[in-house]
Structures are given as structure tokens and as C-alpha cells.
Design a binder for this molecule. Structure first.
Ligand SMILES: [Fe+2]
Ligand SMILES: [Fe+2]
Length: 206
């Protein structure tokens, strides 16, 4: 799946399918964090018009996703929960920040590649959720929401990788190799995340 080095553990889907409301609540927060991350990157590089436009397009789509997920929760008689810490994203950012890097645009390249990896993992899990929901009676609307998110987030993955190549000065080989290195780190983090108490484990990245 995209650049991922390890597939999600089958136990994750079993838990996520049992706790659909918890997954939706967690995912609503993920969409807000994705919008906020794109906006914070855009604010940091205001002079780069193409970057700012691409990132604000992504932020707008993430906000639309947030609203769709909140509506899906509402249709189930649920509301959006409080923000939770995304241990996965925090660990990935910490590990990548500690990697040796060259000067110049390297920080931006890494931030864009981290965003690409987070999109890739979300996509992999949306596919699992869509397949699972398709087999549940009365969950057709949810299955199509996951399918739709899968398609848009896959496009975000591509956009983030393309922006990283551009930020590197069109160094395709160098960016691909950096993406590969970050994907290895992501695979280790996702494999080491502990199984948590029921209810907390039902997270898109947890
Ligand atoms: Fe999204
Ligand atoms: Fe996204």
C-alpha cells in the first residue's frame, strides 16, 4: 500500500470493527489535526505561493472531512469527543526530527514526507474499515464514507510527496530515498505501538 513497509495487524481491524463510534470520534480529531498541520506549514512558508495554495487546498478538504465525520457521528446519535494525543504521529515526528539532515529545504522536505506517511497509513486503514463496514448490515453509508476518504487521502499522499520533491529542488532520487528511510521508521513505530485498553485502541493510527 503506497510506500508502507508493514501491514496493519489484523487485530486492529477486529477491534476497530467492534468500536466503530470510537474510531469515528478519533478520526474526527485526526481530520482537524491534518487541517491544522497543513495550515501551520502554509503559515511557515508564506512566500511560496504554490506550496501555500496546495496546502490550503488540503486543509480545506480535511475540514470538509471533519464535518462529514461529525455528521456521521450525529447520524449515530453520537457527538465528537475531546482531542486525544496521537502517539503515533508524535513518535514519527520525533524520530524524523532526530535524523541527520542537510541544510536548506531539508526540514520542509521531512515535514512533507511525514505528512505523506500519515496519509498513507490512514489510507491503508480506511480500506480495511471500508471492507469491514461493507459486511455489516446497515453500515452501507459508513462503508462509502471510508471509501471516499480513502480516495481523497491517497491523493493527499501523492500531493505531499510531489511537494517534497519540489521542495528538494526536484531531487527525485534523494526524496525517494528519504521517503524510504522515513517509511522504515513508520513501520517500526506502528509495529511497536502497544495494544491498549479496549476503547482506546480503536484509533486510526493507534
Ligand atoms: Fe482527511
Ligand atoms: Fe489528508
Amino acid at each position: 500500500m503506497l510506500c508502507l513497509k508493514v501491514a496493519t495487524d489484523g487485530a486492529w481491524r477486529a477491534i476497530a470493527m467492534r468500536e466503530v463510534d470510537a474510531v469515528l470520534r478519533d478520526h474526527a480529531q485526526c481530520e482537524l489535526k491534518a487541517a491544522s498541520n497543513a495550515l501551520s506549514l502554509a503559515a511557515r512558508y508564506p512566500g511560496d505561493r504554490a506550496l501555500v495554495l496546495a496546502l490550503t487546498d488540503i486543509a480545506r478538504e480535511e475540514i470538509e472531512h471533519f464535518q462529514r465525520v461529525v455528521a456521521a457521528l450525529g447520524a449515530r446519535g453520537r457527538s465528537c469527543g475531546a482531542p486525544t494525543e496521537d502517539e503515533y504521529a508524535a513518535a514519527l515526528r520525533r524520530a524524523v526530527a532526530a535524523l541527520p539532515r542537510s541544510a536548506g529545504a531539508a526540514t520542509l522536505v521531512d515535514r512533507l514526507l511525514v505528512a505523506a506517511l500519515i496519509e498513507a497509513r490512514s489510507c491503508e486503514r480506511f480500506k480495511l474499515l471500508a471492507e469491514g463496514a461493507a459486511h455489516l448490515e446497515g453500515e452501507a453509508a459508513l462503508a462509502s464514507l471510508w471509501e471516499e476518504l480513502f480516495a481523497v487521502e491517497a491523493q493527499h499522499y501523492t500531493t505531499f510527496v510531489d511537494l517534497a520533491v519540489r521542495a528538494s529542488g526536484d531531487d527525485r532520487a534523494g526524496t525517494a530515498s528519504r521517503l524510504d528511510r522515513i517509511a522504515e521508521i513508520e513501520a517500526r513505530i506502528v509495529s511497536e505501538l502497544p495494544l491498549r485498553e479496549p476503547g482506546l485502541r480503536a484509533a486510526i493510527h493507534g
